[in-house]
Design a binder for this molecule. Structure first.
Ligand SMILES: NC(=O)c1ccc[n+]([C@@H]2O[C@H](COP(=O)([O-])OP(=O)(O)OC[C@H]3O[C@@H](n4cnc5c(N)ncnc54)[C@H](O)[C@@H]3O)[C@@H](O)[C@H]2O)c1
Length: 413
């Protein structure tokens, strides 16, 4: 039986799902295909992914392909209770509520695996971690799964390198139609949206310090600059740092940037990017936000240890008063600000990411049993197919290589 907040919230969730559905042409087309081909007939799929409207539509597309789908979130603050209710009202098994404790969050993951899935969708690696540990028994039917995000891929690759990966996984994050658009344009827009939503403050004229110039960081920096911010980048990778400099941004260590930033956003996938020594020198009134997967980038225990007072200033903003009177504001408990204080990525972006998810899962359903227990890239033809549907939906045509051009490009001289 589902564990959700309140089934009476279902109509609001259903409206949200219907809205995004009309901006997700790739999933619409895959749904029609799945209705006919039934790639998941008789299979069970467990999903742990930010539970909001776009994800709910992905669950419906998988069900249209014949699967029984069990759903939970992948972050204690990103579940939208009305969307969870809408799915439960349609007969999906849903275990998720907004604002769960760590214990409830873990229990929901386990409940979602209790169907002994044939396939999984993971976002950040929590399901696969359980399937290697206390839920090993629940993985005995598993053909394989797809991982959605950079942090989950890092965890999978560490496991693979250590010879400890016991399942076949597909790296959805690194498909071109995923990270080039989702991590960059999606995170760029939705992170600012979440920050503006929570604070109702202006971006123009602020010094915005962005930690991490990867795909997510680049997207955020591009948008913050466009809105009139003075952007400073911090990095640990010399090549990314050069890229940031050549893209026109000031690069410096966080120890320096901490002194004059107005808004700090971490998007590194790393821990302890902002710690005690940074909080000690920050200006009064600064905003601290994270858009990386886990809430470890801004060290919350350090922040709390320096505070003489802590209080909820408004939803999604916690004030920490320092002994010298300065107040530092932490947004969304240091969890993904775009999902905890906003609605996540735009539908048109998640359409591409979830198009890759749905097709990769169908590929696993058909071929997974013959694959090794390792991390595979998304097959190039899936990336290409999703790109073709996307272009078509945008009514954009492109040129085609002529046979003579193809011959020229493949000539050996
Ligand atoms: N908010 C969202 O909706 C969303 C969407 C996609 C990905 N993510 C998450 O965002 C994080 C970043 O993803 P990405 O795709 O940009 O990864 P990426 O690997 O492309 O970029 C991360 C960058 O951070 C840099 N970095 C690492 N440690 C650092 C440190 N201590 N200080 C400064 N820079 C540091 C790395 O050198 C790298 O350039 C991951 O946790 C990922 O799972 C979030």
């Amino acid at each position: 039986m589902s564990r959700i907040k309140d089934i009476a919230l279902a109509p609001s969730g259903a409206d949200k799902i219907a809205w995004v559905q009309s901006y997700m042409p790739i999933l619409n087309s895959i749904k029609e295909e799945f209705e006919e081909t039934q790639p998941f007939r008789g299979m069970k799929i467990s999903m742990s992914i930010h539970l909001e409207a776009k994800t709910a539509y992905l669950a419906k597309v998988l069900r249209a392909g014949g699967a029984e789908v069990w759903v939970t979130g992948c972050n204690p603050l990103s579940t939208q209770d009305d969307v969870a209710a809408a799915l439960a009202a349609e007969g999906f098994e849903v275990h998720a509520t907004h604002g769960v404790t760590e214990e409830e969050y873990s229990a929901d993951l386990v409940s979602t695996l209790s169907c002994k899935p044939d396939l999984i969708i993971d976002d950040g690696g929590d399901l696969i971690s359980l399937l290697h540990g206390k839920c090993r028994d629940l993985g005995k039917n598993l053909i394989g799964g797809c991982e959605e995000t950079t942090t989950g891929i890092h965890r999978l690759l560490s496991r693979e390198r250590a010879g400890l990966l016991d399942y076949t996984m597909i790296d959805v994050n690194d498909a071109d139609c995923k990270h080039l658009f989702d991590n960059r344009y999606g995170t760029g827009q939705s992170t600012l949206d979440g920050i503006m939503n929570a604070t109702n403050l202006i971006i123009a004229g602020k010094t915005v310090v962005v930690a991490g110039y990867g795909w997510c960081g680049k997207g955020l920096v591009m948008r913050a600059k466009g809105m009139g911010a003075v952007v400073v980048v911090t990095e640990v990778d010399p090549i990314k740092a050069i890229e940031a400099v050549m893209d026109g941004f000031t690069v410096m260590p966080m120890d320096e940037a901490a002194k004059f930033g107005d808004l700090f956003v971490t998007l590194t996938g790393c821990a302890d990017v902002l710690v005690k020594r940074h909080f000690e020198v920050m200006k009064d009134g600064v905003l601290l936000a994270n858009s990386g997967h886990f809430d470890v980038e801004i060290n919350k225990p350090d922040l709390a240890s320096l505070a003489v007072e802590e209080w909820e200033r408004k939803p999604n903003i916690r004030g920490y008063r320092m002994a010298d009177g300065r107040v530092l504001n932490l947004l969304a408990e240091g969890r993904l600000v775009n999902l905890a204080a906003g609605n996540g990525h735009p539908a048109e972006i998640m359409d591409m990411s979830f198009g890759i998810q749905a097709k990769s899962l169908a590929y696993l359903a058909a071929n997974g049993k013959t694959l090794a227990k390792k991390v595979y890239a998304v097959p190039a033809e899936i990336d290409r197919e999703v790109a073709d549907i996307k272009l078509k939906s945008m009514r954009v045509s492109i040129d085609k290589l002529t046979p003579a051009q193809e011959e020229y490009l493949s000539r050996v001289e």
